[in-house]
Design a binder for this molecule. Structure first.
Ligand SMILES: [Ca+2]
Ligand SMILES: [Ca+2]
Ligand SMILES: [Ca+2]
Ligand SMILES: [Ca+2]
Length: 205
């Protein structure tokens, strides 16, 4: 490992600042979200691999196990707004993931160090709770319940909210539940360590 003391102070600060959220268990959200640009920087620091399942290819990434099905475009679809090419207040022309029960996303190895999703529709309105679990399946805590949702199921995006967690020791699954209505989520996002960078704490010389 390259000793921190040998790094210029400014560089050390640059490396350590974005990692602060990952040094402990940190929840993110619920945050308004219309595109990946709304993902908080601290959730996915530079140098990490960021993976996003936006459902737009009609299939769910094989590294995920999700009790939901891809729906859309059209009809009652509530995609993340930008997925149809326009941030225009509607996600109807994109695709999302729909389930009739709380949505559980289970990750495969290597487990992510941060994970989240975007709640896009449910009851009108409802009260949502996000929960995450460590590598051993033990709960890392909850975010919520929080009142969420507009008065429609027709694809409006002002209501869409990102929920996430960072936990450096690994996250095995995340879950979102709410008190009424079916479930729509999108942009399941997970962050893993990337090859060659941060595997020993610092970028390779
Ligand atoms: Ca749109
Ligand atoms: Ca989508
Ligand atoms: Ca929506
Ligand atoms: Ca809605």
């Amino acid at each position: 490992m390259r000793p921190l003391s040998r790094l210029p102070l400014s560089l050390a600060g640059l490396l350590l600042a974005p990692l602060a959220a990952h040094a402990q268990t940190t929840f993110f959200g619920p945050l308004p979200y219309t595109s990946t640009a709304d993902r908080p920087a601290e959730f996915a620091p530079i140098g990490f691999e960021i993976h996003v399942e936006d459902a737009e290819d009609g299939a769910i990434d094989a590294r995920l196990s999700v009790n939901a099905s891809v729906i859309g475009p059209g009809g009652l679809t509530d995609s993340v707004d930008a997925d149809d090419g326009n941030i225009d207040g509607s996600g109807s022309n994109g695709r999302s993931l729909f389930a009739g029960a709380p949505v559980v996303v289970t990750f495969s190895s290597p487990l992510p160090v941060a994970a989240g999703l975007v709640w896009t529709d449910g009851g009108t309105p409802t009260s949502a709770t996000f929960e995450a679990f460590d590598a051993g399946g033990v709960s890392l805590g909850t975010l919520g319940p929080i009142a969420i949702g507009d008065l429609s199921n027709l694809g409006g995006t002002d209501e869409d909210r990102f929920f996430g967690i960072a936990h450096a020791a690994g996250i095995s699954r995340i879950r979102i539940s709410h008190t009424s209505g079916g479930y729509e989520v999108d942009h399941i996002t997970w962050v893993t360590l990337s090859d060659g960078i941060f595997s020993d704490g610092f970028e390779a010389p």
